[in-house]
Write a protein that binds this ligand. Structure first.
Ligand code: GAL
Length: 387
């Protein structure tokens, strides 16, 4: 398997350095934006780091704790970026040390333009000084946005920061966030480790906002053709998770998480880890679903059957099994079936079907599997051919 990964990695793009072994599986962590917006502080981040560990998120595989927009206020006389002294009185190095002390990794946010989306200083023409600052503080992950970048070229702007991060000498995962505007899946492998493929996710099932915000199911639909472009070290990013933020019912939250896993998407939780319900925790820490996301083969899943309101999606796994989502987009319960031909198995194959949400084997089946799926819900299974 290691050989396979190395080969895939080398084939990914000319500028993936041989030593670049970051994000061989999709990054997992937590980001402040979806729940807290600009209301970030050292106090919040420390509490979230504590909750990250106490809640079982760390044990489930989550790693990066990322502050999104609004941590920065200005540049000093030397052009160095300054963290908000009121909200981060101990400075970023101390906060990174605290996060590292918990066995976690630490991430920050900046923007390729002159200012961030919330009008804080951007990194344009300050890429090197910023990358050096991040490395000095102990940053492990940078999300890099695209506001206030009129007239700039995405490839050039992201390549600049990519080079600066590499030159900093610290391994830093580079998360490209230009909202899919220039099809980053066609140029970003080797520049960044992940790239947003759509506008901002919203905490709703199928809403859409004038400014480009998208509900969960709208984002899912936009991923259907992107599977050829993802792999170890280079992932499509359909945006951070809204599980636990209140706008999705239990079925919708389960569907959201299942699809992100099947799509080999980065799993960046965006809810308040300090107060999450048992139901939210059970979704975010379902190890069998997370194992689908983190499967070392690193293939993104795709839609293999579309019967209108009923769909089947499939992700091939390293051990020859198939992760499959039986999806009901409709408003009433309905039966959804997967035929073995849909998922590249010979019809006569006998296979074990395991339900990843029930965490139980459904049994041994030949040719097809059919099950009733609730509205907006999924049944997610692992189909393992008998030896
Ligand atoms: C958007 C980005 C969001 C968040 C926000 C911060 O452009 O897509 O995920 O980072 O900016 O202002």
């Amino acid at each position: 398997m290691r050989m396979t990964i190395a080969v895939v990695l080398l084939a990914a793009g000319p500028s993936v350095a041989g030593a670049d072994v970051l994000a061989l599986t999709p990054p997992m962590g937590w980001n402040s934006w979806n729940k807290f917006g600009c209301d970030v502080s050292e106090k919040l981040m420390k509490e979230m780091a504590d909750a990250f560990v106490a809640s079982g998120m760390k044990d489930a595989g989550y790693q990066y704790l990322v502050i999104d927009d609004c941590w920065q206020v200005r540049r000093d006389a030397e052009g160095r970026i300054v963290a908000d002294p009121d909200r981060f009185p101990s400075g970023m190095k101390a906060l990174a040390d605290y996060v590292h002390g918990k066995g976690l990794k630490f991430g920050l946010y900046s923007d390729a333009g002159t200012g961030t989306c919330q009008k804080r200083p951007g990194s344009k023409d300050h890429e090197d000084v910023d990358a050096r600052a991040y490395a000095g503080w102990g940053v492990d992950y940078l999300k890099y946005d695209w506001c206030n970048a009129e007239g700039q070229d995405t490839r050039d702007s992201y390549a600049r920061m990519s080079r600066a991060l590499r030159a900093s000498g610290r391994p830093i995962v580079f998360s490209i966030c230009e909202w899919g505007s220039t099809k980053p899946w066609t140029w970003a492998p080797g520049v960044g480790h992940l790239w947003r493929s759509t506008g901002d996710i919203q905490d709703c099932w199928d809403c859409g906002k004038d400014w480009g915000g998208l509900g969960v199911v709208k984002i899912i639909d936009l991923q259907a053709d992107l599977h050829p472009f993802a792999g170890p070290g280079h992932w499509n990013d359909p945006d951070m998770l809204e599980v636990g933020n209140g706008g999705l019912n239990a079925a919708e939250a389960r569907s959201h998480f299942s699809f992100w896993a099947l799509l080999a998407a980065p799993l960046m939780a965006g809810n308040d880890l300090r107060t999450m319900s048992a139901e939210t925790r059970a979704i975010l820490t379902n190890r069998e679903v997370i194992a689908v996301d983190q499967d070392p083969l690193g293939m993104q899943g795709r839609k293999v059957r579309d019967d209108g309101e009923r769909e089947v999606w499939m992700k091939p796994l390293a051990d020859g099994a198939k992760a499959v989502i039986l999806f009901n987009r409709g408003a009433a319960p309905g039966s959804v079936a997967v035929a073995w031909e849909d998922v590249s198995l010979a019809p006569r194959t006998k296979a074990l079907v395991r339900d990843l949400w029930k965490k139980a084997d459904a049994g041994s089946f030949t040719g097809r599997y059919e099950v009733t799926v609730g509205p907006h819900d999924v049944v997610m299974v692992r189909i393992t051919p008998a030896p």
